[in-house]
Design a binder for this molecule. Structure first.
Ligand SMILES: NC(=O)c1ccc[n+]([C@@H]2O[C@H](COP(=O)([O-])OP(=O)(O)OC[C@H]3O[C@@H](n4cnc5c(N)ncnc54)[C@H](O)[C@@H]3O)[C@@H](O)[C@H]2O)c1
Length: 261
């Protein structure tokens, strides 16, 4: 049976952990050559080593990148072309978040969240898109959040950044539809990644914090990073050739309805 990303070359940012790692693994299992980009090179290399254990997967490579930095982002695309000869797919997944309201968020945290979550997509895309144009097209998948759709208490900067990701996705889709480049995003609800593990660990009673988090989910559990990877794969693959400028919400019903209590 042919694989869903046969002969494709993909960059996944933030591929050293969570959603990015699962996406890189699934892409490789589906036939793509993957560049695992991450600020944490060791973690990206671990992802590449895991890909090496998948039978029949093409070669993968790790690259150290701070997505917010222009020279790093340019290097990421250059490395991909040099290593695999072309670029078909860019997954802008790297992201950071810090709790805070407008009153409690420091200017430094505001700038860092915007730099990684929003400017990072700008930087990686502005070097990747010319290569996709050169090769006749491509697909970009950005990772937004349900925080772009409903306010999450104590996440002012994070919500603002993910709202910008949603708007930027549509803007990029409009600007590059004539280049045969599709641009979509996913909006995950709470997904059980190391990020969430770090967050619950900051509470006095982490187990209770996790129980409350699960209790807030209409579907009765957190999302799995593998489920996000499947959605990213769909949007990146030819199966989604009619989708551009769209936002796929994967949140166990969180933004869709309220169950009677
Ligand atoms: N986990 C959730 O509940 C959830 C929900 C909605 C959206 N998201 C989004 O999904 C994406 C991935 O989240 P996750 O939960 O897998 O997080 P994670 O913390 O497990 O992984 C994030 C990865 O990004 C890397 N990274 C951070 N800053 C970077 C930078 N400047 N340059 C390059 N790499 C960088 C980290 O080193 C890490 O490997 C993020 O954009 C996040 O906002 C997560």
């Amino acid at each position: 049976m042919s694989k869903r990303l046969d002969q494709q070359v993909a960059i996944v940012t933030g591929a050293g952990s969570g959603i990015g790692r699962e996406t890189a693994l699934l892409f490789a299992a589906e036939g793509a050559s993957v560049v695992a980009g991450d600020y944490n090179l060791e973690a990206a290399q671990e992802t590449v080593d895991l890909i090496g254990q998948i039978e029949g997967a093409p070669k993968a490579a790790a690259f150290k990148v701070n997505v917010a930095n222009a020279a790093d982002a340019e290097g990421l695309t250059e490395f991909t072309i040099k290593t695999f000869g072309k670029l078909d797919i860019l997954v802008n997944n790297a992201g950071v978040g810090v709790p805070g309201t407008v009153l409690t968020t420091s200017e430094e945290d505001w700038d860092r969240i915007m730099a990684v979550n929003v400017k990072g997509i700008f930087q990686c895309s502005r070097f990747a898109i010319p290569k996709m144009q050169e090769f006749g097209g491509g697909a970009i998948v950005n990772v937004s959040s349900i925080a772009a759709i409903v306010a999450v208490v104590d996440r002012a900067a994070y919500g603002a950044s993910k709202g910008a990701v949603l708007a930027l996705t549509k803007a990029m889709a409009a600007d590059h539809i004539k280049d045969n480049i599709r641009v979509n995003c996913i909006c995950p609800g709470t997904v059980d990644t190391p990020w969430v593990g770090r967050m619950v660990a900051t509470y006095a009673d982490p187990e209770e914090a996790r129980r409350k988090m699960v209790a807030r989910q209409p579907i009765g559990r957190l999302g799995k990073p593998e489920e996000m990877a499947e959605a990213i794969l769909y949007l990146a693959s030819p199966a989604a050739n009619f989708a551009t400028g769209s936002a796929l919400v994967l949140d166990g019903g969180f933004t869709a309805f309220k169950l009677p209590s």
